[in-house]
Design a protein. Structure first.
Length: 196
């Protein structure tokens, strides 16, 4: 008897969920509200992405300045510095996008390219922790600080993207009725791997 009552509750809840989704689709005000909320969540994702890429752009720019600074100091290897400058100049073009990061290998390739560059450059710039000039020391410290912030930026981005994705899963069918850019909405890939 108890199991029959439980079954009735479960079926009723499932029916309410379907009816709730149908009610949203049939209610223009509810659809407009869902659209406004999704736009806010999308803006949040875009802001986090922009902050993360701007930080990375800054790291690339400071790396370029550090290499130039080292090129003007005696005792450096010009060929090595030129190779490092070329590797640094290629980074932006190699960086993953919000779409390409769905393939986690694209993130790994970028991280490996940047890490390899810094692994060679930083010991050259500050052997045994001592940089040849004050500018070089400041550049090294700046790069290290920005590098240490990468994980934080990625966590913040994932949090915003998860909020967007969850909302889209819940209200996607209603939003598709709006047509235009809402007709073909897709989930954002994340840095963390989601368990299915």
């Amino acid at each position: 008897m108890a199991s029959a009552g439980l079954l009735l509750v479960v079926l009723s809840a499932a029916s309410c969920k379907r009816d709730g989704a149908k009610a949203i689709v049939e209610n223009p005000a509810a659809v407009a509200e869902a659209k406004a909320q999704l736009d806010i969540l999308r803006d949040s994702v875009d802001v986090k992405w922009r902050s993360m890429t701007e930080s990375d752009d800054q790291k690339i720019a400071i790396t370029r300045l550090l290499i130039r600074e080292l090129a003007q100091t005696p005792g450096q290897n010009p060929a090595q510095l030129q190779a490092l400058a070329q590797a640094n100049a290629r980074l932006k073009a190699r960086r993953y996008t919000q779409q390409s990061m769905a393939e986690s290998a694209s993130i790994d390739r970028y991280d490996t390219a940047q890490d390899s560059l810094l692994h060679v450059l930083l010991p050259v710039a500050a052997p045994n922790g001592g940089a040849p000039t004050e500018n070089a020391r400041n550049f090294v410290e700046g790069i290290q600080q920005l590098d240490a912030g990468v994980v934080t930026y990625r966590v913040q981005y994932d949090r915003a993207a998860k909020n967007y994705n969850n909302y889209l899963r819940l209200h996607g069918p209603a939003l598709q009725t709006l047509g235009g850019k809402y007709a073909d909405l897709s989930l954002f890939p994340l840095f963390t791997i989601e368990l299915k």
